[in-house]
Write a protein that binds this ligand. Sequence first.
Ligand code: COA
Ligand code: ZN
Length: 306
Amino acid sequence: MSRIRFHEVVTRDGFQMEPAFVPTDDKVALVDALSECGYAKIEVTSFVSAKAIPMLRDAEEVMGRIRRVPGVEYAVLVPNLRGAERALESRADEMNLVMSASETHNRANLRMGREDSFATLTEVIRRIEGHAAANVSISTAFGCPMEGDVPPETVLGLTERFADLGVRGVTVCDTTGMAHPDQVRALCEAVQRRLPANLQITLHFHNTRGMGLANVLAALQAGIQRFDGSLGGLGGCPYAPGASGNISSEDAIHMLQAMGHETGVDLDRLLAVARTLPGIVGHEVPSQVSKAGPIWQRHPPPAQAA
Ligand code: COA
Ligand code: ZN
């Protein structure tokens, strides 16, 4: 069975749409707890406009205070050069540069057209070379809540242009849970056919319509080995109408482990962290395995059956 690399995004994607500000101390403590769970990568925060995403206005402080565990990569989301300078200052291992496959979502989320984003990110890639790894996340890759269908060729073309600029990886994002498994399989196969084998391809799913784990399975069967997920199934882009939570990390990792895949994540430890999440955000969270327990957990029989 293959080794799967799982990336945790709860303190970035997971928190960015939460209504109540999560105190900086809680964010730092959560990243520190997640660092002990065996993740390959943690996307800690965003260096974006504080007006666009008020929740992540404490990005410098969070990056400055987390305890960095060797072997874990600490990534941050960056939309422009200003964000890249801030991220360099904070010694991020990887910058996750973001733009959309759909013009309308790019304008809603980043307040510029796709070609302006591409030019901006090109500058960022040149600026950070030799200092931090560059990954590009392509939002709305499986459909846009405003435009509808997004042609696979748009995603493939953008991915190819970024690969030509020398980025380490590309994350294909289903921002509002519009992808279905057949579509995922086709796009994953096409990306891998077309792009160089050393380009790291990550899939980023939201469970908005309940297709999240089915899509993980489809991507896995198409040969993908890297996935993003958010603890508790929190998450969503505030500039994508109808957005809701990412796939839950603990549910996805539980499924992968049940199928015999190696993720490097200590699931018991992760479930203990997941159970603290409702207390941090002040409400129940959608994930399931933290409530039901893993399939290998045993219960005592009811008294009358004993
Ligand atoms: N970090 C912090 N502040 C930033 C910034 C960055 N990376 N980029 C711009 N700003 C500030 C500017 O200094 C300016 O501040 P001021 O109003 O106090 O002068 C303000 O933001 C607007 O700057 P401008 O260059 O005109 O940007 P904009 O208003 O066109 O917004 C983005 C562009 C990209 C900065 C903004 O849309 C953004 O941060 N989007 C990210 C959204 C996001 O994270 N979505 C979810 C993840 S997919
Ligand atoms: Zn997302």
